[in-house]
Design a protein around this ligand. Sequence first.
Ligand code: ZN
Length: 639
Amino acid sequence: MRLSRVFLPRVAAAVLVAGGAFAARAAASTPIAIAVDASDAPRRIFHVKETIPAPAGTLTLVYPKWIPGEHSAAGPVTDFVGLKVSLAGRPLPWKRVPTEMWSVQCEVPAGGGTLDVAFDYVPPQHAWTTATAEILVVNWWPVLLYPQGPGDNALMFNPSLKLPAGWKYGTALPVTGDAGGTITFAPTSLVMLIDSPVLAGAYFKTIDLTPGQKPAHFLHLAAESAAALEISEEDVAHYRRLVAEAGALFGARHYNDYHFLLTLSDHIPSNGLEHHEASDNRGLERSFTDDSAKKILGTLLSHEYVHSWNGKYRRPEGLVSGVSADYQEPVDSSLLWVYEGLTEYYGDVLGARSGLRSPELYRENLALYAAAMDNTAGRAWRPLEDTAVAAQLLYDGRPDWASWRRGVAVSTESELIWLEADTIIRQASGGKKSLDDFARAFHGAPGGGPAVKPYKYEDVIATLNGVAPYDWNGFFEARVRRVAPRAPLGGIENGGWKLVYTDVQPELLRATEEQTKSYDFSWSLGIVVQGEGGSGNAEDGEIRDVVPGLPAAAAGVGPGMRIVAVNGRRYSEKGLREALRAAKAGKDPIELIVENVETFKTVKIDYHGGERYPHLERDASKPDLLSAIGKPLAPVNAK
Ligand SMILES: [Zn+2]
């Protein structure tokens, strides 16, 4: 998963998932028919009907709770409404299990039978299964119930989906029919159904990224407008390169076909979710037609694509819910710094190798990650590993006191750690080996259809030692499991660059601020200020967070206060920037009037450092490994 806010993203067994052991076991049971009617989706209501064979006795039906990729008990059970269960036309009473909100039970009479189960799902726009007037995304877990019991993850479904009239769609699910606006799919296991979203829309375009090749790769776009579908040949070429570069990196693929699903909408929040054979990506409407929106889309698709190898095929043992356990079992996400961190690392590296991001923006992103992590107050008390373990709660952490709370740092900070590991291998081997050798050994052959090969921490260490012997355990102990006052900057420094601060705002930060209206003064005053029209219900000038120990916090400013005036003039973001410049040139403090609920106070901030933003600066005394890491691997004419 990844929230694509540029500088602070939030965001299973050698068991065959499809075709092998699972399918063989499942074939014995009668499939559950599931019909999802999304023709009313623009009103954000989905109607579901299932027919579930059930023996006599107590039947427990469960709504998927622990959602893969969300790493939390995020099954949206409060938006599951209108449940009716019946047998041969007679209603069957149901009761929620008082200690388990995602479970309902009913008593099936003697002789058993096939239950008719009907319910609706009523999501908000930010949900994974959601719609606008023009776009629809169906992830199946919010629109299904399944009978809990031994081997429930091997249950087979016969799915169908009704779309709004005239809409087109894309999905990795094999389609068996498409008539009268209803699509029918081949019988699918619970695991693969939950792993296979459908994207549909009134304005829809599919681009074949690898024509005539096997496996096939498709980019499906669903947009709020026809104009937003106008992707340039150059942008398409970058996504073709991405597919080639991933193949060159890992050496094998673990899917039959791959489908990049991408919503282009300003009303569905930017986000991404990984699957074996697809990724559910959400970009701004003008991601291909506006420069700053394209910068924000950045490496979202390459991140989610890398997850097909790192996260879906290779998965930490604690995150195998739905494969060795079922979707109701809690997960252990302690190894998210591998699952998300290595994915973020290679998502950005492949972004550079495929041209999705220029070398300058690749480095700018690293600078923003490094500076954000280095400036997080909470690193004084919470080790990185705890942000992984507690991710199931921290992903929903509020912005106020976020720096002190320390949110989920498994993508950003871990990217820096994996970069350092890569530079250590390159230095130790005189450039003959790199982390790419680890990726090939850990995530590569044999390839084929979707499969899950779980791993432990020790497997990561052993594979690294196979590439380049080193004290990898000590390396990760220090960076992951212990509190460290400074961010791990060794990779940037080994890579021939230095983290520096100037008054020039990075392009990625400017693009983010343009879209979010959230203004980042973290590295100067130590505050983040919300502008009008940004996310949430913030008023113009509201302070979203303060960094403890920096000048604003020292002067008594706290999150939730609102800046009313700067140096005697009504607050504006531009006025605050001017005040920072003026204070740098002079000796007077910056004077703010802040409103705290209904009380006003004046604070004086004795700060004269001006605007400060992170950048990487070349260190000519060392070889430029960052540039070497970003060099394409695939032959230039590879498709
Ligand atoms: Zn991710």
